[in-house]
Write a protein of this length. Sequence first.
Length: 720
Amino acid sequence: MQLRFLCRLSAVSILVITCWSVPAYSQPVKSDLQEVVVTAQKTTDKDKPSSPLTIPSATSAREQLEKVAGGTNFINADEYRNGRVSTIKDALDFQPGVIVQPRFGSDESRLSIRGSGIQRTFHGRGLQFMQDGVPLNQADGGFDFQGIDALAVDYIEVYRGANALEYGGATLGGSINYISPTGYNSRKLQGRFEAGSFGYLRGQVSSGMVMGPFDYYATVTHFSQDGFREHAQQSAQRLATNVGWRIDENLETRFYVNYTSTYSELPGDLTKAAMNSDPTQAAGPLPGPVSRFDRVRSNWMRNFDLVRIANTTSLRIDGDQRLDFTGAWTWKSLDHPILFAIDQLSNDWVGDIHYTNTADLCGMDNRFVVGIAPAYGTVQDNRYINNAGNRGNRFFDSSMKAGQGIIYGENELRVMENLSVISGMQLIWARREMDEQIPLRVHHYDDYFGINPKLGARYDINERTNVFANISRSFEPPSFGELMGNVPAFPEFSTPFDAWTPLEAQTATTVELGSRGEIGRFRWDVTAYHSWVDNELLSYQIAPGLERTVNGTATHHQGVEVGLHATLAEHLATTRDAKPDSLTLRQTYTWSNFYFDSDPAYGRNDLPGIPEHFYRAELMYTHPCGFYVGPNVEWSISSYNVDFANTLKADPYTLLGLKAGWKCERPNGGGFSIFLEAKNLTNETYAATTSLLVNARGQDSAVFSPGDGRGFFGGVEWKW
């Protein structure tokens, strides 16, 4: 009943504001102000816009995130460029509420916010991944971690949960938006080189300029490493470029071209005993004559080439209204030998039309957003028997189609001087369709419909401090990765099978309460939430490298996300009349408590996948000359389950690190920097992530992916 009332309230709010948003014209108002004479002068380079219309500046983006009535994160790329930039974890570390567990030191990870995609350690799901506001997800909702280059980023926005509604984000976890540099904020030439343990190499060359009404940014990067483990070599080459055309002061269009070619060997999971004995080994064959379980002999890999072409166009109608149009096409060719060899060819198209109106409503500040976000994609999927690393007979052939349409609207009204009320609504339709040719000639399709209302409020204590609360709904149709769950481990010995697994969409209702602010040298970001989840998409391993997904019974996700930053001391080695040096402490703590609600088989067992308590901290000394040094710690405080029956656990761990560097910056923005970084100084053996089981029956199982051992890394960067 409460949900029905919330839906009606949000719908009425959007209808009223939509009617109001049509521009109205009135007679000019008389003014007693004195006449002001403005003399035009010739425009010089200094008079040109300092930032593009299509991409907000870092300053304005941070200010906008701080106004959201819910959990958000802002990450300036300069922060993580002070050290190694290898994995997605390097970029998203120290972010409250964001859990990243990389596999074998790669970009492939378990990436989870509030339990989204908690069972997936590869080819992410449960989040909307974006670049400059354009989704990187395929039309079925899945995304590839390697599709983004953390060095080709100016800043990152994280919208946790339903706070991504105004970007069309409909998932439990929310959205991560990577914002690209442009010619307005990049150097004419920049170079970076990193090297370190396990054969690690990474290099980047980039350039950006403004030339009249045009600007461009382009970067090329190479990454490779032998890996800490056997059969864990990786390499990736990436190109990212964007070109903007400022047609006039109110109209700009920007084109993006991205290319990725990535190669990754897959060492597989170990038992806990094997991991503790030798964490560098690859998973070997299981008992029996079948060698395809041997990752080395059967050459398990995940390789793909990806091309993405996108456009964003922004039109400012007047000072209060603007239209933003986005669109992208992505082509991907996947080569993926595991228990069998997978060949996939994908084409995906996504778009968005986004209208914003910031005109006053009845004399009150107001911000109204409405948009539509369609997506369509096709996948040609062929699978072959893996004969010791070579393709054997084809046993599966299908073509798949995914379509999705989201209509969304959100309104923020300042009803009092310090109080703003936010209401929103999403209408969602999605289709998943498959035509199977081999081994059976069958056709499947499922349609999914959802409504996501949202209601929230923000109270501003002062300009830098607020408290907020909201209640929202999320809706996640299954991706093809979940639906294609009936492929057998040994197809040559199986009777003809139907690969399609009928699944319901996952839905959740979430309440959220929090505060962010700053007092003196202390800054905080604290959020608490509770989600009631229905039909949760729960995946588990049925054979090494092979998963199946089912809809769970009712589950609960609750947690606390804490970020704290404090300047502990200043002028430790500088005089009072000089620019101060400082000692700062930044900390993040994430409590994740996910459990079944009286399940017939598992009762109130915990959901497996991530630690309940996770802490990250860094103590950093910085000097105005550009020198910085400090230790850091990553602490998985408690053990966590790796099966639904709660009979097998991953152990807690503590990792110590150290980072030091020096930045020599010139007044014009150029300069030179160098860094040194040590990771896992105590060489602790630990499971960085795990696969999941239904019931391990208390027996040690091959589900543990060892984290990297002690490593040392360094790098240099030049800006001209």
